[in-house]
Design a protein around this ligand. Structure first.
Ligand SMILES: *Cc1c(COP(=O)(O)O)cnc(C)c1O
Length: 389
């Protein structure tokens, strides 16, 4: 008999009752070090006092009114994102896929408004992940996500990862934009080199394309800058973000510069829930913390510390792990045995991680971790690595 919950997931037989900071607790009170963060969502850990307070205060005032009226906290959040980034304008939605979807529509609409409606195709790298809607599985282009869902939505082309020559060769008269994740997450923490991001910007400019970054996973401080592309000193025209943005409240955002956004006139796009007062109160509170003096420097420091410790563990267990891939607190351990087995063993030891593509054990700890959590994770990992070896 089919489970009452549509069986699209295969969850571990484990449920949590509460969370506090970097730890989760099951009903028996057993403690887990959460280096999964709900797939990079719980950026400020669990039950962050400031987020709890803001959510409770807003819950007693106003949850939702739709975008029929002005939403002051939405305006404030947009203004702050604009001030802190390349962007001039922001659309709020409720998930990563929706944020990407907005950007895809924007890229097409831009060319339509600029007298080139034939330009609608989006070019990206193989191994991409942009979400699970019909448009975003086509944008990702992965066979395992497309299978059985009919003809993939038209308008997406893919070239091998980081192959800029192949990308340039694939640009045609119908190409509208280049869409990439500056750090591929689901495919196993694969960062695009800074010089290649710069070449993507130059290529987009040369051919009149928009440059669209999917920072749903690598954005919002995850790599130690507010957005991952800042490390390369390039700016996109469009950017999708979500995961960490709401600290656990479902929020997505599509940021754009004025040129890219100009054609998105009233009625061209929308979301009933997007940017509602409850979500925006929380998002502003998340941003308060991310933008606090020294916070991103802390993320960088913890990223370096974690990388250094994990490299020691990996070096000591070469038949279990072969490589540490990292971008701030976005970490991948390339595994020899099946990564899912390792994730399960780690969970049994009390360390939560996430399996990723390319047989990688992924760590996306809350950005608030301290040295002690780095040590704890490294020693749990070392124990499991020794067991498996
Ligand atoms: C998770 C993710 C998405 C999809 O986000 P949802 O909130 O699951 O729709 C899109 N792009 C990237 C890079 C992601 O990591």
């Amino acid at each position: 008999m089919i489970p009452a919950v549509l069986p699209t997931y295969a969850p571990a037989d484990l449920a949590f009752e509460r969370g506090e900071g970097v730890y989760l607790f099951d009903a028996d009170g057993r403690q887990y070090l959460d280096f999964a963060s709900g797939i990079g969502v719980d950026a400020l850990g669990h039950a962050h006092p400031r987020l709890v307070r803001v959510l409770q205060e807003q819950a007693a005032k106003l949850w939702h009114c739709a975008n029929l009226y002005r939403i002051p906290d939405q305006e404030r959040m947009a203004e702050r994102l604009v001030a802190a980034s390349f962007a001039d304008s922001v659309f709020f939605c409720n998930s990563g896929a929706e944020a990407v979807e907005c950007g895809l529509k924007m890229a097409r609409r831009y060319h339509h408004a600029n007298g080139a409606p034939e330009r609608y195709r989006i070019l990206g790298f193989e191994g991409a992940f942009h979400g699970r809607t019909l448009a975003t599985i086509a944008a990702g282009g992965q066979a395992k996500h497309l299978e059985g869902f009919g003809p993939p939505m038209d308008g997406f082309d893919h070239v091998p990862f980081q192959n800029i020559n192949a990308l340039r060769a694939a640009i045609g008269p119908e190409t509208a934009a280049i869409l990439v994740e500056p750090v591929q997450g689901e495919s196993g923490i694969r960062a695009i080199d800074a010089d290649n991001l710069q070449r993507l910007r130059k290529t987009a400019d040369e051919f009149g394309l928009l440059l669209f970054f999917d920072e749903v996973q690598c954005g919002m401080g995850r790599t130690g800058k507010l957005f991952a592309h800042e490390w390369a000193g390039v700016t996109p025209d469009i950017l999708a973000t979500a995961k960490g943005l709401g600290g656990g409240f479902p929020i997505g955002a599509c940021l754009a510069n004025e040129r890219a956004a100009a054609a998105m006139t009233p009625g061209s796009h929308g979301s009933t829930f997007g940017g509602n007062p409850l979500a925006m109160a929380v998002a502003n509170a998340v941003l308060d913390v991310l933008l606090e003096e020294g916070f991103l420097a802390h993320v960088q420091a913890m990223g370096n510390a974690l990388k250094a410790r994990l490299e020691e563990v990996v070096a000591a267990a070469p038949n279990v792990f072969t490589e540490v891939r990292s971008a701030g607190l976005m970490i991948g351990l390339k595994a020899v045995p099946p990564c899912r087995d390792l994730v399960e063993r780690l969970r049994r030891e009390g360390l939560l991680t996430v399996a990723a593509g390319d047989n990688v054990v992924r760590m996306l700890p809350p950005l608030i971790i301290e040295e002690a959590h780095v040590e704890e994770a490294a020693s749990l990992l070392a124990r499991v690595a020794a067991e498996v070896a």
